[in-house]
Design a protein around this ligand. Sequence first.
Ligand code: PL4
Length: 403
Amino acid sequence: MITRNPGLSNLKAGYLFPEIGRRRREFAAAHPEAKIISLGIGNTTEPLTPHIDGGLVEGARRLGTLAGYSGYGDEQGLTALRERIAAVFYATCTVAADEVFVSDGAKCDIGRLQLLFGRDAKVAVQDPSYPVYVDGSVLVGAAGAWQGTGYAGISYLPCVAANDYFPDLAALPANGLFYFCSPNNPTGAVATRAQLTALVEAARRLGTVIIFDAAYAEYIKDPALPKSIFEIHGARSCAIEVNSFSKPIGFTGVRLGWTVVPKELTYASGETVWADWNRICTTVFNGASNVAQYGGLAALEPAGIAEMRGLIDFYLGNAALIREALKTLGISCIGGANAPYVWAQFPGRTSWDVFTEILEKCHVVTTPGSGFGPAGESFVRFSSFGHRADVVEACRRLVEKLR
Ligand code: PL4
């Protein structure tokens, strides 16, 4: 019989988010009267905004006409969308349209990047970090055995209060991959220009490729904070950026994102990563939905950009309410200012214990910090994605029940 993929056998636990869903369902079944509010999974809740929705509707409508119908498109995406992404999101950097690869979302592209670099890539992650970086690396065989709190062969670089949530770059392994997310999921910390400059310098010195996850970049309101790694001099020869329309415009279900692979990024052999990424995308990906891409085009017109800013401000308003509630309770937290996540610490407690207490007392779902890596233990993450009335009610319950 066929043998099981050893990458799958090596995975220690189920994926974090379905596990949270399972515990929520279990609680709901035992307490059918409870009105559960989710501040757990970072899933958008507000309806699509009119101009962007209009782009999707128009995209679907044109498929029903002889002149407007299109079947498979270029795997790399519509040229017009690639050009607009380069112009709107990389106005202050050098990114060419053909370095932008449109995708069905950042998570899917992270998986394809893991396929690109393969099982021999040495992997480093911020600790805590979005679980796909580690779990996906385990799946492709780029990790050793589970060792209690992490996998052998993966470097976990703690990002904690003591180092201002920025890793010690002296611990960065050479000639490998470093997954770096800013604004960070889960901590909400945003790397400064000086920090990213130091990161790029270290990566160039060590021959490390930075996989820069900018899925929450549009939540940055402080103009001094960089939104893209390509704002940093030298990044074009050491970084790839993955990004997403999910959180800025609510396309979590529509599915649209992009990845920038600069042509200066080469292997030790001198061959370009860009050519291999193009090969991967054309081989195991068939392009993002044409309807979604028309929605993306509408989002990058002036009316769409205004709607995007409004939606982001709405979720940041939720984050401010969560921070305020935690402050009232005297719970130390960071994030939520230029990021949609609030990272709260409960010293001396385990994350799952706090998750359970908040679920049982407040009927509010959070995300246990330990699910993001060993340094996440004793934290829980609050997501600001929710209807305003739900967030207000969740905060009221937190203040009343946890006091
Ligand atoms: C639950 C740092 C959320 N089922 O929507 P995408 O694929 O363009 O982007 C996914 C993504 C990429 N990069 C980062 C992210 O945080 C996310 C989404 N993360 C969360 O609560 O942490 C949703 C998680 C979803 C998942 O597994 O992605």
